[in-house]
Design a protein around this ligand. Structure first.
Ligand SMILES: [Zn+2]
Length: 357
């Protein structure tokens, strides 16, 4: 009976969808942010702030219990922060205790599911603009639908109005083991360390950097891409033509319970030569310069500490420390290059530069 009531409400919400989409279509394109639809055409959209960029385009995760909507109970429709498309009715929202907004149902066709490359989680993106929303988990027992769309608040906007709260009220306080957006699905109490973190390193040709980070225990995935440039959707050709300002960068996704950021940053300084300026070995150009893109102040402090140690040991360190910006994954043929080719990196080897092992 409750589901039937929800469906009636959904129909009402859907009736409103047309109007919302119209409103989106009429919105002027914002400067700096041109989301692309599935055909790759630029769409109108809103300007994103740094945290929104990190989560929506960089597929990041906001800290639990910090977002605008995890503890938000009102009637209406949650929409895509980037393009405005309606995504979830408030009637599908329930309190999961995870610190992220949780919905047991999306509006029909609003959300697309994408299997994570690690095969462990299923990402959800806005079906309209492809913006990252979060992940979907099933079979946890929160509600009768056995589905939890775990969404970052920062990926959402809220439009008050229709969207009856009957389901939300009934689901509030649903008892089930607390879930998490993390990979292992295990409970994460309160302010616990997230089970995943990200680090970004640029040290020459990304094939070699990715290769070495993939060997580190605790690293979930290393991915080749581009960071630090001035344009959206950079391609390898454009980056190599020096037109974009991007640097070949590797995104390292890791489990902080198994490997520390310091251990990763040390590894970074050991597998490339941080004294080379705008090049690495045979690869010459600003896209090969040495950069640590730090995700927060803690990472910055750790990286600076390692640079200082190397300087004290006599190295003229050229590595720059810069705040992380949007990470653009590289083309598929650049991923896992050496693993696929059964080769070894030509441009990177491991060298003990800290002298303490
Ligand atoms: Zn969207």
């Amino acid at each position: 009976m409750e589901r039937r009531a929800t469906r009636t409400v959904l129909a009402a919400v859907l009736l409103g969808v047309g109007g919302l989409v119209m409103a989106v279509a009429q919105r002027q394109p914002a400067a700096g942010e041109r989301p692309r639809d599935r055909e790759g055409k630029a769409m109108s959209g809103r300007t994103l702030g740094p945290e929104e960029e990190r989560v929506i385009r960089g597929k990041g995760t906001e800290r639990p219990f910090t977002g605008k909507y995890w503890n938000h109970h009102a009637n209406g429709t949650y929409t895509c922060r980037r393009c405005g498309a309606p995504l979830f009715p408030s009637s599908a929202k329930f309190d999961s205790g995870t610190g992220w907004p949780s919905f047991d149902q999306a509006l029909p066709g609003a959300v697309r599911e994408v299997r994570d490359a690690d095969g462990m989680r299923t990402e959800i993106v806005c079906a309209h603009c492809g913006g990252h929303l979060g992940h979907v988990f099933r079979g946890e027992g929160f509600t009768s639908l056995q589905t939890r769309h775990c969404v970052n608040s920062v990926s959402l906007d809220f439009v008050a109005g229709e969207g009856a709260p009957d389901g939300a009220a009934a689901k509030a306080g649903a008892t089930a083991s607390a879930g998490t957006c993390a990979a292992d699905g295990g409970p994460v109490p309160g302010d616990a360390v997230p089970a995943r973190a990200e680090a970004f390193f640029a040290g020459g040709c990304f094939w070699g950097v990715e290769y070495f980070f993939d060997q580190v225990p605790g690293v979930i995935r290393a991915e080749s891409g581009y960071m630090g440039g001035r344009v959206d959707d950079p391609t390898y050709e454009r980056v190599c033509a020096h037109g974009t300002g991007h640097v070949e960068t590797v995104r390292v996704e890791y489990d902080p319970a198994k490997v520390t950021y310091e251990a990763l940053a040390r590894r970074f300084f050991e597998i490339h030569d941080p004294t080379q300026v705008d090049r690495q070995g045979p690869d010459v150009g600003e896209q090969y310069r040495s950069v640590v893109f730090y995700a927060d102040e803690a990472q910055q402090r750790v990286a600076q500490g390692l640079v200082d140690r190397l300087v004290r040991r006599g190295y003229a360190v050229a590595t720059r420390l810069q705040p992380a910006t949007i990470f653009w994954p590289a083309e598929a043929y650049h991923q896992d290059y050496y693993a696929r080719k059964h080769g070894l990196p030509y441009c990177h080897t491991r060298t003990n530069r800290f002298g303490d092992e």
